[in-house]
Design a protein. Structure first.
Length: 347
């Protein structure tokens, strides 16, 4: 196939500087889960380090270890999907910060032989139920953590949580629980160095949620929130654009070498336009490996069409809103089979 996903690393760098400005004085934790939101982990992490990013959110231990290889020894790498004792051992070995949202993991940690203390960030469930220790079990978790710290098995580096970002009222209630959990840690003679609660949207819009770190993924890649402010209002720009090549022109229309298996949900068929040499044309149908566009005079095999993202009529969130989802889902649909091309100035 000739489709390609072009990632502009200079645009990415501009977004990083915008994020840093927006969340200051908190530090930006760049979230790089899912192959850096399908943009390519190694080039993204390499450029982020060059731009001064110090914290990375890697989701799972395997990704965290890969980020450590790319970023080197000075980066701080936070992971929060931890499956048990093996993940804990591997995470400590890779010098990762471990997000602990399950008391069972504290029990597992107590039984391990470690070469160094585990750097623990204890998660309070503030109502989202996306893992996290329930408030009624928080004191017990603090007691267990304090014992691990006293034994030299752990250092309590952080208190953290997720919020829904569904309404200000819900988020305010979640923050109140979070602050109470942090105060309880201090009362238990535990002194976490870092607090982190906000992700992209709250990190930009609500200063009181920023704490010490803000976990920003989507905005770093220029992906705006569904139903929210525009990229221009946020001061970010899409960093990637998906293009495809015309493979055939016949009575059915103009055929592109891109379908639902490579990045276009079939439910988008008939619902959006792409730009052509003769103006916008509707994407009329999307099959597993190809899409069909409304025809135009002069269309020929080899023509390159910007399908979505940077340089196209529709961004990932524009498409997402058409089918009731979020921009991240559209970005993550771009198949690993589609080559990534990384663009830098004067390269």
């Amino acid at each position: 196939m000739s489709a390609v996903y072009r990632v502009d690393l200079d645009a990415f760098a501009r977004n990083l500087h915008r994020v840093r400005e927006a969340v200051a004085p908190a530090a930006h934790m760049l979230v790089v889960k899912d192959d850096a939101y399908a943009h390519g982990l190694e080039p993204i992490v390499t450029r982020a380090v060059a731009e001064g990013v110090h914290w990375f959110g890697a989701f799972d231990v395997a990704t965290g270890a890969e980020v450590r290889r790319i970023a080197g020894p000075d980066a701080r790498i936070f992971v929060w999907l931890i499956g048990g004792s093996d993940d804990l051992l591997d995470g400590v070995a890779a010098d990762l910060d471990l997000g602990i949202g399950d008391e069972a993991l504290l029990h597992d940690l107590a039984g391990l032989r470690l070469d160094r203390p585990a750097r623990v960030h204890l998660k309070i469930d503030t109502g989202l139920h996306r893992n996290g220790i329930r408030p009624e079990r928080w004191d017990a978790a603090l007691e267990r953590t304090a014992a691990l710290v006293a034994e030299g098995r752990a250092e309590l580096e952080g208190i953290w949580s997720h919020i829904s970002e569904a309404s200000d009222a819900d988020d305010d209630a979640a923050r109140a629980l979070f602050l109470a959990a942090r105060e309880a840690a201090h009362e238990a003679d535990l002194s976490p160095r870092f607090s982190h609660l906000a992700a992209s949207a709250a990190g930009f819009a609500r200063g009181e949620f920023r704490e010490d770190l803000v976990r920003v993924g989507a905005f770093s890649y220029g992906i705006r929130p569904a139903g929210g402010p525009s990229e221009g209002e946020l001061g970010i720009e899409p960093i990637a654009g998906l293009t495809a090549t015309v493979t055939a022109v016949d009575a059915a229309g103009v055929h592109l070498d891109l379908g639902s298996l490579h990045g276009l949900p079939s439910s988008l068929g008939g619902r959006f336009d792409v730009d052509t040499p003769e103006g916008p044309r509707r994407v009329e149908a999307i099959g597993p490996t190809a899409a069909v566009l409304a025809p135009w005079t002069g269309a020929a095999p080899g023509d390159e069409i910007a399908v979505f993202g940077r340089g196209a009529l529709y961004g990932v969130t524009d498409l997402a809103e058409l089918i009731g989802t979020i921009g991240e889902e559209i970005a993550l649909r771009v198949s690993p089979v589609v080559p990534r091309a990384f663009v830098v100035a004067n390269a």
